[in-house]
Write a protein that binds this ligand. Structure first.
Ligand code: ADP
Length: 265
């Protein structure tokens, strides 16, 4: 038989344990709720930042297009100025189109459920395609494009990997100087793009992979940049489970290495 004293003590202990569990549970619920609210606020803030960035980025070329269209409508341009105006309108329209394509691509890459065609292909051949498509741009800037390395079969999306290499080489050309070099090396499980251009200051290096982030906004726009290139590079590398190694020194140049994990040789 249990004595009344022991029974009361046991009951008190059960009550204490119950109250303790109840307090812990309530605290857990409160913390979970706070995290949820903080998460929602963060998502809301990111959405807001995204839409104000997109609006701003699209408004700039639209203002130029509207301005030139108005001048044409008012017959305010000399015949020889008309061609330059039409070319400017076309250039701005192309920029807007590229930006929309990049935004759609970023959104697809962020959506993990979106199916991407993956296949085996030769990374060296893709680098060759990029080099021949950028050759003219490089020549115009007085930058030498050098491709070296060996054939390397990887598994991934040809279209996305080409976009990745294209963005890295395009940056190497844009942020370079006449007489500069952009060297693309295929091998050791991946591709390396190295330039001897202006480099990126240490304090900026963390942010350059963010959407729309540019060190010198007006210079980048002048050069045809939209601040989405490195964000695409980061997301494409992530989608391929590839390692992205970045190294840059102001005044010396930038090296980006992408190592693909799923390769056959
Ligand atoms: P953008 O379209 O402006 O080139 P990116 O996302 O490709 O946008 O790059 C972000 C910023 O990082 C650029 O605006 C530029 O200032 C800097 N950057 C990127 N690559 C290089 C490079 N190879 N050398 C120097 N600066 C670079």
């Amino acid at each position: 038989m249990i004595s009344v004293g022991v029974f009361i003590k046991a009951l008190a202990l059960v009550c204490i344990v119950f109250v303790f569990v109840f307090i812990v549970y309530m605290r857990y619920k409160r913390i979970k709720h706070e995290i949820q609210i903080a998460g929602e606020a963060k998502i809301q803030e990111m959405r807001h930042e995204f839409s104000s960035n997109v609006t701003h980025e699209l408004k700039t070329p639209l203002q130029t297009i509207t301005g030139y269209a108005e001048l044409i409508a008012m017959n305010a341009l000399e015949p020889e100025e008309m061609r330059a105006a039409a070319l400017k309108i076309r250039e701005e329209a192309f920029c807007m189109n590229d930006m929309i394509d990049d935004i759609v691509c970023i959104s697809d890459l962020n959506e993990c459920t979106k199916n991407i065609v993956m296949e085996e292909f030769n990374l060296y051949e893709i680098a060759e395609n990029v080099v021949s498509s950028l050759r003219h741009e490089a020549d115009k800037n007085g930058v030498e494009l050098i491709l070296e390395g060996t054939p390397l079969v990887i598994y991934g999306s040809k279209r996305l990997v080409e976009m990745l290499i294209d963005n890295l080489c395009d940056n190497g050309i844009k942020y370079n100087k006449p007489g500069g070099k952009v060297r693309i090396t295929v091998g050791d499980g991946g591709v390396t793009v190295r330039d001897d251009g202006k480099g990126i200051p240490k304090e900026e290096q963390e942010r350059i992979f963010e959407m729309f982030y540019r060190i010198d906004k007006s210079r980048s726009r002048e050069l045809g940049g939209n601040g989405l290139g490195l964000c695409l590079v980061k997301l494409i590398a992530r989608r391929h489970d590839a390692e992205l190694i970045f190294d840059s020194e102001e005044g010396k140049g930038t090296t980006v290495r992408v190592i693909f994990k799923k390769q056959n040789n």
